[in-house]
Design a protein around this ligand. Structure first.
Ligand SMILES: Cc1cc2nc3c(=O)[nH]c(=O)nc-3n(C[C@H](O)[C@H](O)[C@H](O)COP(=O)(O)OP(=O)(O)OC[C@H]3O[C@@H](n4cnc5c(N)ncnc54)[C@H](O)[C@@H]3O)c2cc1C
Length: 374
């Protein structure tokens, strides 16, 4: 790609949000260019890839790219003593094999007619709406009717379109290990310990194929850095096979917006989807389900806009209205953020052992709610 180019829609970022939006638009006959700065979709993966039941029910993810179903969640206080064991009678989670899953989504995009440009960075937008892309073959000036920011939590497109930007972020990091199967049922272990994960949780998800060992929290609350906290946790984490330390296959990590959906996510020049729009559960920090659902809505709105040709066709893409659905989860996030020391965590944890606490935890972990419908 060199010189000047045009498209109906320029989508920036080929994470799940960008791939899904681009594919849905191309399937409706629009000319879509999807620009991704990574040279390959299997490199620099950020997410653990835990998909919840609602996503698995509603979106046709390729089964060969998903790990075994998980029904069991164990919650631990600091020190890991007297955990709370919760088992669902349904398959609640599956961990995506994210490299192959992105490749499969890219094949679906190409089949739908999306032009996927890998190793191509979006470098800005001029006042006249012309966008600059930079790749190996030099700069390209791109004219598109609409620009879609699917460029993650720190979206440059959001800034260039004059839309809202994520201000409330936590940061996550994890190590992925290959594990031998047969060491108990697939289980998701969550540890409430602010010395490991200030304002969030430390986790081990072991589905018998891989174990993801991670921590996340407010970056400025790690006294000696998040990497050290992760190393400390990996040394004593629950749910890992005994004996020799398993082989590490990958490291992942990145920022996670937890302030809820942004209010201004669309305007005359384009819109935001996925992390760029803040479409992440403020409580669980799960973004894969909301990014797929918001992308679906964005494709509907853009499709209407491209057909209608009215001056501000995206006025209906209203983050402020959709944000109301996040209210409960935002309140719980504020509560979790207040758990600042292991002593406070140890004091509040016994609530989860009561029938009311267990029921609330089951509702969050095994519930049917989903964004933006539930
Ligand atoms: C450590 C961690 C673990 C997580 N675990 C889970 C989980 O288990 N389950 C869950 O539901 N959610 C999880 N999340 C959240 C979830 O991963 C995200 O919400 C989701 O992946 C967002 O997808 P996205 O497409 O919006 O953004 P991303 O996947 O971040 O994609 C953005 C893309 O834009 C590209 N890009 C950025 N700038 C430019 C530019 N200028 N030009 C071109 N390309 C650009 C990037 O390279 C990237 O490929 C996790 C997040 C982290 C950080």
């Amino acid at each position: 790609m060199t010189g000047d180019a045009t498209a109906d829609v320029l989508v920036v970022g080929a994470g799940l949000a960008g791939l899904h939006t681009a594919t849905e638009l191309a399937r409706r006959g629009h000319d879509v260019l999807l620009a991704e700065r990574r040279p390959t979709l299997t490199g620099a993966i950020r997410t653990t890839g835990i998909f919840v039941r609602k996503t698995l029910d509603d979106f046709p993810l390729p089964p060969e790219c998903l790990g075994p179903p998980i029904r069991r969640v164990v919650l631990y206080p600091p020190g890991l003593r007297r955990p709370v064991d919760l088992v669902s009678d349904r398959d609640e989670y599956r961990v995506g094999d994210m490299g192959p899953l992105y490749l499969s989504a890219a094949r679906a995009a190409a089949d739908a007619g999306v032009r996927l440009a890998l190793g191509v960075r979006y470098a800005g937008r001029r006042d006249d709406g012309c966008c600059l892309l930079e790749g190996r073959d030099g700069p390209v000036r791109m004219r598109a009717r609409f620009l879609v920011g699917a460029d993650g939590a720190r979206s440059r497109v959001a800034r260039d379109l004059g839309l809202d930007r994520n201000r409330h972020l936590i940061v996550g990091a994890e190590e992925v290990f290959a594990v031998p199967g047969g060491d108990g049922p697939p289980t998701f272990h969550c540890v409430l310990d602010p010395s490991l994960a200030p304002g969030y949780l430390a986790w081990v998800v072991n589905d018998g194929r891989h174990a993801h060992v991670g921590v996340a929290g407010y970056a400025d609350r790690y006294p000696d850095g998040m990497r050290r906290a992760l190393a400390r946790f990996a040394g004593s984490a629950p749910g890992l096979p005994g004996g020799d330390r398993p082989t590490e296959v990958e490291r992942r990590g990145g920022p996670i917006p937890v302030g809820g959906l942004l209010r201004r996510i669309g305007g005359p020049g384009g819109l935001l989807v996925g992390d760029a729009a803040g479409a992440v559960s403020p409580l669980t920090a799960g973004g894969l389900d909301p990014c797929l659902r918001l992308s679906q809505l964005a494709a509907d709105v853009l499709d209407d806009a491209l057909r209608a040709g009215v001056p501000d066709p995206l006025a209906g893409y209203d983050g402020a209205a959709l944000r109301a659905r996040f209210r409960g989860r935002l309140a719980l996030r504020r509560g979790l953020a207040q758990v600042r020391t292991p002593a406070v965590a140890a004091a509040v944890f016994p609530l989860l052992r009561t029938p009311v606490g267990r029921a609330a935890a089951r509702r969050v972990l095994f519930g049917d709610r989903s964004f933006p419908d539930g």
